[in-house]
Design a protein around this ligand. Sequence first.
Ligand SMILES: Nc1ncnc2c1ncn2[C@@H]1O[C@H](COP(=O)(O)OP(=O)(O)O)[C@@H](O)[C@H]1O
Ligand SMILES: O=P(O)(O)O[C@H]1O[C@H](CO)[C@@H](O[C@H]2O[C@H](CO)[C@@H](O)[C@H](O)[C@H]2O)[C@H](O)[C@H]1O
Length: 488
Amino acid sequence: MATVHDATLSPGKVELVAGWIGAQRWYTGTGRPRLRALDSWRLDDPAGEVGIETLVLLDEVDSVVYQVPLTYRGAPLEGGGAALVGEMDHSVLGRRWVYDAPHDPVYVEQLLALARGRAAAQHGSVSDTPEPDVRGVPHPTWPNDPVVRSSRVHGGEQSNTSVVVDATPSPVVVKIFRTLAAGDNPDITLQEALAQAQSPFVPASIGHVEGAWTRPDGEQRDHGQIAFVQEYLADSTDAWQVGLEQAAGGTPLRGAHAVRGTHSVAPQDIAFADRARELGRVTAQVHSTLARVLPTRTADAAAVSEHVGRMRRRAGIALGEVPALAAHEGQINRLLRAAEKADWPVLQRIHGDLHLGQVLDSPRRGWVLIDFEGEPLRPLAERNALDSPLRDVAGLLRSLDYVAGTLTRPGARTAPGVDVRQWCTRAQEAFLDGYGEIDTDPRERETLLTAFVLDKALYEVIYEARNRPSWLPLPLEAIDRLLKEAHP
Ligand SMILES: Nc1ncnc2c1ncn2[C@@H]1O[C@H](COP(=O)(O)OP(=O)(O)O)[C@@H](O)[C@H]1O
Ligand SMILES: O=P(O)(O)O[C@H]1O[C@H](CO)[C@@H](O[C@H]2O[C@H](CO)[C@@H](O)[C@H](O)[C@H]2O)[C@H](O)[C@H]1O
């Protein structure tokens, strides 16, 4: 049972977090945050030593709501220096060391127990009072409760915080969603639906945590999902790394088998074309399962106009934020008009932000898709809406192009004689061939596919301009090429 002291803190928790949050990869704001606490809940440390509290904070600058779990310790956490949010004085307990909780093993163990329904959340500001709105939902297909040995935060560029847990009988990964929104989180609903349908192309689902937080207007509470636990495919690499290595003519692929090749094709192209074809088949099979187990809808005129309307809005934002696109405005508009007249496939649930970084290469399982959260720049309602599977196809075509774009940037190294553009074209064709083996070949809807590729590239322009400006030339150059080749 959590004891909440009536104490004075110096500095206060929100003040402490305000000085730290701006440097976090998952913080979406650009300037100085203006944080306001909306809600909080606690977990108990069975040893009674570490305070565990999750703050839900509103950034009043852009109305984004963040989940910030913290641990409070009476002495520094060994090896936790980089995760220190700061120190504060507690009028009852004395000096407190405050940590970014995903780095604290005590929090990770209790969050996992909560997700499996073996621990109960407690009220944030009242002692010994359960918080029933924050509760775990163990997934029925996962039989055993993981027993934690150790944990570490997954490094790299991420929109959320994923903690890899070495557990028995097998490792798991706990994803803590950093920005909260009311409603279903597609990462959980889609992956759990696929797991339930026994799809081999996603990691098994282990459980998730439902949460609730007071709305910014202070009236009612919003409900949403705050963490997701799934099987961790420990020996996997991601397809982005595989693609980069292959395109650069580097390390040969594990398990790659030769395909009917022609003499003019370099060996690394053959190996990757084979894997790209397999990725096309996997993508089509995931689409087919999602269409079978979740709702679908015919793309009637109203739906098409709504979708093209969103593409137009996105183009408008990109044109507004990146002046270099101005010369293409007329052609972008023509292509979107052509998309409005095209024949659209049935709308269904899709991955929503499929790129090579969302595809794991597992030696035991082959390609496995993760992170069904959709594009982080889209509002949740749009990410939960039915969409065209061509969006995912376009996402992977763009990602293969990103591999080529990365390797043609100044300073990039490739093996002598490697033509990365040719590698990209072959990989894209093979991917589409594979997709066409299971479902309609996306090339049969050429104009529409081109419009989705353009839409994705415009998304990337906005994403890169806001998050990684040095990557901006990649989608900009791709748009140049695409519009030169397109004949709407
Ligand atoms: N089930 C898993 N098995 C192995 N690695 C995983 C798994 N889930 C995530 N990862 C690794 O963690 C990274 C971040 O996960 P992701 O779900 O894409 O988070 P984010 O939403 O923060 O981008 C992935 O790129 C991958 O390397
Ligand atoms: O993985 P996230 O869901 O956070 O996706 C966002 O970040 C991605 C970059 O990390 C971004 O992807 C873009 O860059 C990738 C290479 O780093 C490339 O493979 C993708 O094709 C390209 O779109 C993604 O768009 C963004 O939503």
